[in-house]
Design a protein around this ligand. Structure first.
Ligand SMILES: *Cc1c(COP(=O)(O)O)cnc(C)c1O
Length: 429
């Protein structure tokens, strides 16, 4: 496969755009090589600037539950476009959108639309702080909640676990109110709550971790968090930006039967356009302006084009809940094929999967948290990534990202993927 068009576009892009990309993971830094410049997508397929065809398992990092450019979303966008692109005033589509979210995710009684997952999570934390009148919050190592300052914090050394900034530009002041616990380790949470009695406003978690590879929470762990939050007057926030409308129509909370006080959304909720949302219990949401005192706003929030695409996607989900069963069957098939390949190769690499999101870790350890995820051989992943790419399979350019299957992936494509994987594993091991 020849990638020379992408190579020259990348050189051109780097002259005007930092690192040639508008979001760092796209730069292929952790697998090296040149990012592909994409020309178009259709269903599960995507073509680069050289016209190379790929089966896409990134799906724009999660949004494309129905594959690229599905006709029903395109039609909704075309219709909305007739009436104009933005008004900065309420529209009917926003009501439809909010109703759909509250119907699909029962713990959400009221919704605020925003423009990205980052905005959703940072606003949810502000709301939890304003509502509880407390300052600190707990996050988990390996969970990603967007790039707001107070999330870019890693666990400090030592048992006290004061967070430290993991990016220049994030102040110590910001770090001091972020406490970092270990995923799937309830004792690490109890300890933080004990040491910061009556100071913790919120616990935020990805109920299915999707940003350290795929690492599902254990049910007992989420149950214990739910109980702890109730007892300590802490707002439990499920960050379902990735898992929402992905692992089930009602997200991870439907899968586990454990419900958050506030939930954040992004990715699928926008039907491919830049959208995020947060919502939850009416009582908490009512602390938000214009009803309550906690400020949050957005010039383009609830944008008519974004709402049209999002409403189309969520309506499809509401009317066709069986798509999740079909996705499960397809995803299980691919998982089985991968397991068969690994067996033939004689490796016991970890595979984690929840519905149509999954991850093959190049480690033989059981991956249940950040520490076990990073035992993966990232050099081997890079070789795997490039082996798959040249065989027409487009995976995430990082070990610590999810692989997504859409409704547009056909059986034949999955079979081709399994064959490519066997060849790649043979080649690199
Ligand atoms: C992608 C993601 C975010 C950030 O969303 P953006 O739209 O990229 O700002 C937040 N939380 C989780 C769990 C995500 O997967």
């Amino acid at each position: 496969m020849i990638f020379d068009e992408s190579k020259s576009l990348f050189e051109e892009a780097k002259k005007y755009i930092l690192g040639g990309v508008n979001s760092p993971v796209r730069a292929f830094k952790s697998v090296s090589g040149t990012p592909l410049f994409i020309e178009k997508g259709n269903g599960a397929l995507m073509w680069d600037a050289n016209g190379n065809e790929f089966i896409d398992y990134i799906g724009s990092w999660g949004p494309h539950l129905f594959g690229h450019n599905p006709p029903f979303i395109k039609k909704a966008l075309e219709e909305a476009l007739e009436n104009g692109t933005s008004f900065g005033a309420p529209t009917k589509a926003e009501i439809e959108m909010a109703k759909l979210v509250t119907e699909l995710v029962p713990s959400v009684e009221m919704v605020r639309m925003v423009n990205s997952g980052t905005e959703a999570t940072m606003s949810a934390i502000r709301l939890a702080r304003g509502y509880t009148r407390k300052s600190k919050f707990i996050k988990f190592e390996g969970c990603y909640h967007g790039h707001a300052d107070y999330f870019l914090i890693k666990a400090g050394s030592g048992a006290l676990t004061l967070g430290v900034p993991n990016s220049p530009g994030v102040t110590k002041g910001n770090a001091k109110d972020t406490l970092v616990a270990r995923y799937n380790d309830i004792d690490s949470v109890y300890e933080l709550v004990e040491n910061n009695k009556d100071e913790i406003a919120a616990i935020i978690i990805e109920p299915v971790g999707g940003n350290m590879g795929v690492v599902p929470a254990e049910k007992e762990f989420l149950q214990a968090l739910r109980k702890l939050c109730d007892e300590e007057n802490i707002v439990l926030i499920f960050d379902e930006v990735m898992s929402g409308f992905r692992v089930a129509k009602g997200g991870a909370q439907e899968v586990y039967g454990i419900y958050a006080d506030l939930t954040t959304f992004g990715k699928i909720i926008g039907g491919g356009l830049p959208v995020g949302a947060f919502g939850g219990k009416r009582e908490i949401m009512e602390a938000l302006a214009p009803v309550g005192p906690v400020y949050q706003a957005g010039t383009l929030s609830g944008n008519p084009l974004a709402m049209a695409a999002g409403v189309a996607a969520l309506t499809k989900i509401k009317n066709n809940p069986e798509i999740y069963d079909k996705l499960e069957i397809k995803s299980a098939k691919l998982e089985d094929a991968f397991a068969e390949n690994l067996k033939k190769i004689g490796k016991r690499f970890a595979v984690n999967r929840v519905g149509s999101m999954s991850c093959l870790f190049f480690t033989e350890e059981n991956v249940k948290d950040f520490d076990s995820a990073v035992t993966s051989d990232t050099g081997l992943y890079a070789a795997y990534f490039h082996g798959m790419l040249k065989r027409g399979i487009y995976l995430a350019p990082s070990q610590f990202e999810a692989m997504f299957i859409s409704t547009a992936h056909s059986e034949e494509m999955l079979e081709r993927t399994a064959v490519a994987q066997y060849e790649t594993l043979r080649e690199i091991l």
